[in-house]
Design a protein around this ligand. Structure first.
Ligand code: PMP
Length: 365
């Protein structure tokens, strides 16, 4: 390859070209610092500024009130599957989990190690191809929290709005759709939202956690809980109790600045709606492509579809890659194709995919 391809991979995923160029330009030496971002101390003034930029951008983009904390934690979203119940699920409490995909199922399974888990709804019997309706949710009265996965990366489904959980706190794994639309945090029981950075926020290595004061400082965890596993430790030490993933946070600061310059989350929402609509329209325009997810649950970030036979699916993926459209192979548990069209995937990439789909249909339909 001599040119950048359009990267439809599910994650780590495409980053804005402008961000990559800025990283390249400043990799040897941050302006005014004389050192690379890969070499600076996490206690330096330069990193103070980077951390402040990342946090301020996230606060502004999400419209967070002062009672919300923004934490930058290592370990990936999977680490949060454990940290959430470790910090919030006290003895005698019950956590409700809505199981809409393999990641949600893993989160629920991990929580069972720490306390009582109630599956408030699951669509596993339908291979996770849809999001449950509000009447299907069997929420526990007084549940300690309700956990949902806002976008299901594998099946390609997404909650079009967060469920009404009354005054229970809502915990959201937003790894694959954070900042693709305005963030819905305000609710009586508070919110805790976490997202591994490697899809919509930056490179792998950092997870952003946004949580209301009473959830971050819940004081429900046992005194034996390791220091670094406590949200309070990171909040009290501005995510620097130990050495944080400096480079990943640096890139998050650039990506969130880029998001701000693009017009913020309302603008991203509009653009993502338009991008997804184009791909789904192509899928629905003939009987050649079949959307995998239920129409009412379709994700705007991960568009899943298949062709008539696995052989044709394989041919599509190879021919697409030859045409500069990479990473379209679906997850092994679903098969077919998955076009991940995160914030940073340019609209021209979507247009190129749609043209390729029409051409491929013409040649093989
Ligand atoms: N949750 C969701 C929705 C995901 O898509 C993924 C990764 N693809 C994870 C959790 C796990 O993330 P990580 O690899 O950062 O632990």
């Amino acid at each position: 390859m001599t040119e950048r391809v359009f990267n439809f991979g599910a994650g780590p995923a495409v980053l804005p070209e402008q961000v990559l160029e800025e990283v390249r330009e400043h990799l040897m030496m941050l302006p005014g610092v004389g050192m690379s971002v890969l070499e600076i101390s996490h206690r330096s003034e330069a990193f103070d500024e980077i951390l402040m930029t990342a946090e301020t951008n996230i606060r502004t983009l999400a419209g967070l009130s002062d009672d919300y904390h923004v934490l930058f934690l290592p370990g990936g979203a999977t680490h949060q599957f454990a940290m959430v119940p470790m910090n919030l699920l006290s003895d005698g409490g019950i956590a409700d989990y809505v199981v809409t995909g393999p990641w949600a199922k893993k989160a629920a399974k991990e929580a069972e190690k720490f306390g009582a888990v109630h599956i408030a709804a699951t669509t596993e019997h339908e291979r996770f191809m849809r999001i449950p309706t509000s009447v299907e949710l069997d929420l526990t009265a007084g549940a300690t929290y309700v956990h949902v996965t806002s976008n299901n990366t594998i099946a390609g489904t997404e909650w079009c709005e967060m469920p009404d959980v009354g005054d229970r706190p809502l915990v959201v794994d937003a790894s694959s759709d954070i900042f693709s639309r305005p963030l819905d945090v305000a609710r009586p029981g508070g919110s805790l939202i976490y997202a591994g950075a490697q899809k919509n926020l930056g490179p792998a290595g950092v997870t952003v956690v946004i949580g209301r004061d009473d959830l971050i400082f819940s004081n429900r965890s046992p005194s034996t809980l390791p220091t670094l596993m406590r949200y309070a430790t990171s909040a009290e030490n501005r995510s620097r109790y130990n050495t944080p993933p400096v480079f990943a946070i640096y890139v998050v600061s650039l990506v969130t600045s880029w998001l701000r310059d693009q017009g913020g989350l309302e603008a991203m929402d509009e653009r993502n709606e338009r991008k997804a609509r184009k791909v789904y329209a192509q899928i629905d325009s003939s009987g050649f492509y079949h959307g995998t997810a239920s129409t009412d649950s379709r994700s705007r970030m991960n568009v899943t579809f298949r062709l008539e036979t696995p052989r044709l699916d394989a041919r599509f993926v190879t021919a697409a890659a030859d045409a500069g459209l990479a990473g379209l192979k679906g997850h092994r548990s679903v098969g077919g194709q998955r076009a991940s069209i995160y914030n940073a995937l340019p609209e021209e990439g979507v247009d190129a995919l749609v043209s390729f789909m029409a051409e491929f249909e013409c040649m093989n339909g």
